[in-house]
Design a protein around this ligand. Structure first.
Ligand code: BTN
Length: 253
């Protein structure tokens, strides 16, 4: 069903809601393949039968409880070298939204999670389509635990907005506030305010400038996160050495 988000300027002006789908990212991909303009289109659902997470994991979410959405962006002249800024600005938008709703520690866990008091509340799955050196389409999949209070027993470090605050949230209102945040960070990107984006991201970065345990290249080690570089690599100081890790090369312990 086609609807609209009212308060935004350009995001969610086409909002397509399905009570149930396999995956909103899959629907978004099908839309994008039709080559029609879809900048700002949002696919929203109440339930995904094959929700997709990072690293080919499934994203499991109880029916009708959470925010399950994909936002399509079709930026003009977005160079591949700048793609991680989109990951940053989406993460910041989610973290800021959670921070206005929940007076607890909200952090971004590189590269795709947002945490409340160290527990995962939101996962992001961004899929890009390139043409040459430019990104033609971004499909930004967001799964936010809003009103779910029971999780699979194997998931220990997980939470939801309701679990943290003790009351239900309106998922449509959460969507609207999130899109407003994304709009303002996209404007900053368009104005080339890269420093602001990097500062806001690092201010919320989980374990930033703290010692932590990691596993990479088959070994376990202690290191301090120095930051995330423009390529989106996590920079860790291990002893006197600075090492850069790409997504999937390192595990937080
Ligand atoms: C992760 O943390 O592993 C990323 C999870 C991303 C889940 C969202 S839910 C909406 C969108 N559609 C999908 O199939 N996945 C993303």
């Amino acid at each position: 069903m086609n609807e609209q988000v009212q308060s935004t300027t350009f995001l969610g002006k086409r909002l397509i809601y399905y009570p149930e789908v396999e995956s909103t990212n899959k629907i978004a991909k099908e839309l994008v393949s039709k080559n029609e303009p879809n900048h700002g289109t949002v696919i929203l659902t109440g339930y995904q039968s094959k929700g997709r997470g990072q690293a080919s994991n499934l994203w499991d979410s109880a029916p009708g409880k959470n925010l399950l959405m994909s936002l399509i962006l079709q930026p003009e002249n977005l160079q591949v070298q700048h793609q991680f800024y989109y990951n940053m600005l989406i993460s910041i938008s989610i973290a800021e939204l959670l921070q206005t709703e929940i007076p607890k520690t909200i952090q971004i866990k590189w590269p795709n999670d947002v945490l409340i008091d160290g527990r995962k509340t939101c996962g992001i799955l961004i899929e890009n389509h390139l043409r040459g050196n430019f990104i033609q389409n971004l499909i930004i999949g967001i799964g936010m635990n809003v009103n779910q209070i029971h999780f699979h027993s194997t998931l220990t470090k997980v939470t939801s907005m309701k679990l943290e605050q003790g009351f239900d949230f309106n998922v449509r209102e959460i969507l609207e506030k999130l899109l407003l945040n994304i709009e303002s960070w996209l404007l900053k990107f368009n104005h080339r305010d890269f420093g602001d984006i990097r500062r806001a991201y690092h201010a919320k970065l989980y374990r930033h400038q703290e010692e932590g345990e990691y596993r990479a290249e088959g070994g376990q080690f202690t290191g301090e996160i120095i930051g995330v570089n423009e390529k989106g690599q996590l920079q860790i100081k291990i002893g006197n050495q600075l090492k850069n890790f790409s997504n999937k090369e390192i595990e937080f312990l």
